[in-house]
Structure formats: C-alpha cells, structure tokens
Design a protein around this ligand. Structure first.
Ligand SMILES: NC(=O)c1ccc[n+]([C@@H]2O[C@H](COP(=O)([O-])OP(=O)(O)OC[C@H]3O[C@@H](n4cnc5c(N)ncnc54)[C@H](O)[C@@H]3O)[C@@H](O)[C@H]2O)c1
Length: 450
C-alpha cells in the first residue's frame, strides 16, 4: 500500500530529523508493523502491578509462549520492548501508586515503538465507590501516558472479567504486537471466556473460515480482504459493479471470490449468503466496511444527499443483516465487525450525515452485542472507528485540512489501511469469543473527540 505521507519519510532521514528537531516540528517515526516471524516485542517485557496480580498469574505463561522475554526489574542495559501492569487487584485510588511505581522507571527505558498495556477491571462492576474510582482512574492514566510516549510507542487498557483473566491473552498479545501499530489510548473490555486460548497456527488464525468484506475493491476494504486472506480466511469480496475490475483484482490476489453487489440493493444480504454458501459452504465473518461521504454543512444538505449516506453506511447494514444474521446465515461462533469512524464519536463540521451514520453503527454494535439469540450462537459484534487513514477518501481532503488530520494525534501521522485491517482481523479471530460490544478507535490517539 502506497504511503502518501512524504513528511514522515522526510523526518525519518538523518538530515530531516535534525531539521525537524531544530525548528520544533512533529517527529513521527516509521511505525513497527507486522511481518511474519517478527518477535512479539523488540526487547524484554517488564511485568508488575498491585497485590497478587491475578491477571499476570493467568497471562505470563502465555506471553512467554508467544515469545516475550518476561522480566520483573527494569534491565540495566537493554531497552524495554513493553510493559504490562496488572491493576486488577486495585481496591482504592491509593493502590494506583503501584502503577506509578512500576511505570515511572520503565517509561524512561522504553525502546522504539514499545508497548504499555495496563490491565484492570470494568468500573461498572466495581461494587464500592472507592473500587469504582480506582478502576475508572486507569483510563485517565493510560490515555495520559499514551500522550506522553514518544517514538511510536503506544499505551492501551485491557479490562478483564473476574475469573476470566486468562481470556485476555489474545488482546494483550495483539496490543503488544506490531499488528496494533496505530491503536493508541484505547480501552478493550472483555467478558467471561475460557483462559489461554491461542490459535493452532499463529500465522493463520483464520484458517478454514469464510469472510465477507463489503467495499473490498479499494482503500481500507481491500486491505481488510488482504489481511483476512493472509490470516488464512477465504474471502468473499463485495463491491459495486462499477468497481468490478478492481474488485476482481483484489479477489484474485487474496485467492477469494468477487461478488458484484450494491449493498443498498434490497436483496444484497440474501445474495451474499447464497454466494458464500454456494461457493464456500457458509460464512463465519462479516465485515461491513463499504461507506461513502457526501460532506456539506447541514444547512446546505438536501434530502437526497442525506439519504444517500444513511442508506450506504447504516440502513444497508440493517437490511443485509436480516439475511446475514439469520440462522441459515452466519455460522455459530460467527464474527460481525463494523466500520465506524471517529467522526461518529466526536462529530465533524460538514459531516452531520456521515457522523449520524457512523454513530448509528455504534448503536448497532450495542444492539447486536446485547442480542440474546446472537449471544447464544456465540456470535460477537465489535466495531473499529478509524481516525485519519491514508486512502483515496482522505487524499481528496484539501491539503491544509489533511495535514491537520494527519498530525493531530499522539503518533503525529496518519494510519495505513492495514492498521484498520489488523484490528478487524483481531476481532474476527475464533479466540476472541469473550470480546463483544467493543468500539475501538484506530486513530493513533487522535485529539478529535478523545
Ligand atoms: N479513510 C479514512 O480515513 C476513514 C476514516 C474513518 C472511517 N472510514 C471508513 O472506512 C470505510 C472504508 O473507507 P475507505 O477510506 O477505504 O473508502 P474508499 O472510498 O476508498 O472505499 C470504499 C469502498 O466502498 C465501496 N462502496 C461504496 N458504496 C458502495 C455500495 N453501495 N455497495 C458496495 N460497495 C460500495 C466503494 O466502491 C469503495 O470500493 C468506510 O466505511 C469509511 O467511512 C475511513
């Protein structure tokens, strides 16, 4: 995928770095991204926390199994690849001192693109006011630390359910890995689930699965298809007939099939299910990615513009899901991943129709995640909310606005489509049965709506 951010390339050179540093310009670093065979983190992984650290007890063997060199003291020489701090035993705000005392010395010793992962519990399930305050405090700390980190390092918070600490292994591993390059300052909330699940083949966690990706002809959708294909899934690539040639190229590249369907067609869902069942025997993963913008101030938005955005980005999903989520659609243990946007969280001038549709998508996540019939079939629903991602959509934004979108985040750069795709592939994995109802921003901790 072409990287249109020449500035990041410039400041990554020795001369560019010197100039940027001298005149105080942002200094984004080239982010560490997934390459097969790459170690989980570059350098030792420091672990620490409060009390008897029940989450670390459940997670450490799995982290070592994933290749991490776990240490309990900040090493004298080496730069840390990451830090995992377990605050699941915190009872009052006074206990947060354990977090400070673990992190403070470690932050000075982090390597490039290092990872900080804080593990806590859901404040809503706290019981006492003191415990709830302590749990909620973790979010403020993690987001602040994420803003303090430099050189491509990130910090995220993982909330684990009581007795299911081990189920967070997949989430913690993802956040430590290069797959989460542009995920920063986020909260992942896990429910009850089995401990320590790791895929049989870590390089092909989606082997044997059939995935449907809408809007797969280009941009983020094409990279979702590539990433799910790389991870072993057979991908049905869906896009409008007008994009047929590009769609066929992507489908060929990933060894999947192309299906020309306008997602707003009345029978789109049925056609997708019939294709997936007929050609591949069923469907396990649905990624609703197709989306459009028709930006205008609300005062100047006519009914046609308004309806077009709502139709493609929201109503089509509801309609398609009637077929996709029916008992003869998605198989048990299925995964639904929706693509929202930070505009749906923060709002954006000139994007009321788009923001309405993308906020509506978050409403869908809440509804499907709470749906008893879907839960009993083991079907999870989550969403990613991309920030500024380098695609044809964002290449059309005027230069000055584009530069602001790119730089106003903790990593000082736009994300790549693959960054969104990696988070979607993570949610799509069979191991993530305990994760449903999450909306995770892939935005480099954009200041917009943070
Ligand atoms: N690029 C970003 O920075 C960004 C940020 C936040 C959210 N998003 C969301 O990510 C998703 C992908 O965005 P992108 O930047 O890759 O956009 P894009 O315009 O490059 O690609 C969108 C794809 O969807 C297809 N599509 C549009 N209408 C369709 C329809 N009716 N039926 C079938 N396919 C249709 C298009 O043909 C195209 O291939 C969208 O939902 C978008 O809202 C993007």
């Amino acid at each position: 995928m072409a990287h249109r951010d020449g500035y990041t390339a410039f400041v990554s050179s020795t001369a560019g770095r010197r100039i940027a540093s001298t005149i105080g310009l942002p200094q984004p670093v080239a982010l560490r991204r997934h390459v097969p065979g790459r170690p989980l983190v570059d350098g030792p992984l420091l672990v620490g926390g409060h009390g008897d650290t029940p989450a670390l007890t459940a997670l450490c063997a799995g982290l070592e199994g994933a290749g991490a060199a776990v240490v309990t003291e900040v090493p004298e020489e080496a730069r840390l690849g990451g830090v995992v701090v377990d605050l699941t035993a915190a009872e009052t705000p006074a206990d947060l001192e354990s977090l400070r005392s673990t992190l403070a010395p470690a932050l000075k010793r982090l390597g490039r693109c290092a990872r900080v992962v804080v593990v806590g519990r859901d404040p809503a399930l706290a019981g006492t006011a003191a415990r709830r305050a302590a749990r909620r405090a973790l979010e403020g700390i993690t987001r602040s630390v994420a803003k303090e980190l430099r050189s491509g390092a990130t910090a995220n918070l993982v909330l684990v359910a009581d007795g299911s600490e081990g189920a967070a292994l997949g989430t913690v591993t993802f956040l430590l890995s290069a797959r989460s390059a542009y995920v920063d300052g986020q909260v992942f909330r896990g429910g009850p689930g089995a401990a320590g699940l790791v895929p049989d083949d870590v390089d092909r966690p989606l082997a044997g699965k059939v995935a449907v990706v809408t809007g797969a002809a280009r941009g983020i959708g094409a990279d979702i298809a590539r990433t799910l294909g790389r991870d072993g899934a057979t991908v049905v690539c869906v896009d409008v007939p007008a994009s047929g040639a590009q769609l066929a190229a992507v489908a060929n590249e990933v060894g999947g099939t192309a299906l020309q369907v306008d997602v707003t067609a009345e029978d789109a869902g049925r056609r997708i299910v019939d294709h997936a069942v007929g050609r591949h025997g069923g469907v396990d993963i649905v990624v609703h990615n197709a989306g459009i913008t028709r930006d205008k101030l609300l005062a100047n938005t006519d009914a046609e513009r308004w309806a077009g955005v709502l139709e493609v980005n929201l109503l089509s999903i509801l309609r398609m899901n009637e077929a996709l989520l029916a008992p003869d659609g998605l198989r048990d243990g299925g995964r639904v991943v929706l693509v929202s946007s930070i505009a749906g969280i923060a709002g954006n001038r000139g994007q009321s129709s788009y923001a309405a549709s993308k906020a509506g998508v978050i409403g869908l996540v809440d509804a499907y995640a709470a749906d008893e019939a879907l839960r009993s079939r083991g079907i999870t629903t989550n969403a990613v909310a991309p920030g500024f991602i380098e695609t044809e959509m964002t290449a059309r934004i005027p230069l000055a606005t584009r530069e602001i979108g790119r730089r106003l985040n903790s990593l000082n750069q736009g994300g790549l489509p693959v960054d969104v795709a990696e988070t979607i592939a993570f949610f799509a994995a069979p191991e993530q049965a305990a994760l449903s109802g999450n909306v995770v921003r892939v935005c480099g901790q954009s200041l917009l709506g943070a």
